[in-house]
Write a protein that binds this ligand. Structure first.
Ligand code: AP5
Length: 215
């Protein structure tokens, strides 16, 4: 059997990145994440696309969506070279969802649900390792040494879009653009809603069972 194709959906801060890393390791698939891909290419010149801003950076710092053409190209290239994958951060609107349908089939569609108040707390308190990308939280998941990554010793930083204004805009953008995409997937055979307010290990237990069930 070919390796599993997993889509993970949910609002900013729902735990998509945290759980995707576990899925990638446990099921030996690639973690395809538009957020990380865009952060690695923040200053890419997109002025020829006749978009509002000339680089992804401005969209991301404001918490707005980067233009579809940029993101679609990133995902198409990544999926072409991946056998199995967990796709995180895409699709975020109906147009991207239509593109994805043309690109690939999906075995499992996970939707993490978390309340807005909890999301704001998680995102404004998140700290990320500048070297290996591991997530921590100032309250819920503290490192052993303040400001230092437990895994690799790298420096922990705050993402530029994790301030309160950007977070609130990202959550509004999610409600307006991405929530309807999730609703559209609800009738699919592989759709599974997961309570994302449980502890990370409890969320993982539900996800592992859901993916195992479809492989
Ligand atoms: P992206 O990087 O995808 O950010 P996001 O969707 O806003 O999601 P996050 O990474 O913030 O959250 P997450 O769900 O991964 O949660 P995490 O596991 O880190 O996108 C950033 C920007 O890029 C967008 O705003 C947009 O501009 C652009 N972009 C990306 N994709 C695009 C697209 N398709 N189209 C257009 N533009 C696009 O967890 C969060 C925190 O909570 C951590 O501190 C973690 O330790 C903690 N935590 C996790 N799980 C739990 C738990 N169960 N209990 C308690 N704490 C927990």
């Amino acid at each position: 059997m070919t390796a599993v194709h997993v889509l993970i959906l949910g609002p900013p801060g729902a735990g998509k990145g945290t759980q995707s890393s576990r899925i990638a390791e446990r099921f030996d698939v690639e973690h395809v994440t538009t957020g990380d891909a865009l952060r690695g290419n923040k200053d890419m010149d997109i002025s020829d696309m006749d978009t509002e801003y000339d680089t992804p950076r401005e969209y991301m710092e404001a918490g707005d969506l980067v233009p579809d053409a940029v993101v679609n190209a990133i995902v198409e290239e990544a999926l072409q070279s991946a056998d199995g994958y967990v796709l995180d951060g895409y699709p975020r609107n109906m147009e991207q969802a239509d593109e994805l349908t043309d690109m690939t089939d999906l075995d499992v569609i996970l939707s993490l649900s978390v309340s807005r108040d909890e999301l704001v707390d998680r995102l404004t308190g998140r700290r990320v390792c500048d070297d290996c990308g591991t997530n921590f939280h100032v309250e819920f998941d503290q490192p052993e040494d303040d400001g230092i990554c437990d895994d690799c010793g790298g420096e922990l930083i705050q993402r530029e879009d994790d301030n309160e204004a950007s977070v609130n805009n990202r959550l509004d953008v999610f409600d307006d653009n991405t929530a309807p995409v999730i609703d559209q997937y609800r009738d699919d055979e592989g759709f599974v809603e997961v309570d994302g307010e449980q502890t990370p290990d409890e969320v993982w237990a539900d996800i592992e069972a859901a993916v195992e069930n479809r492989t």
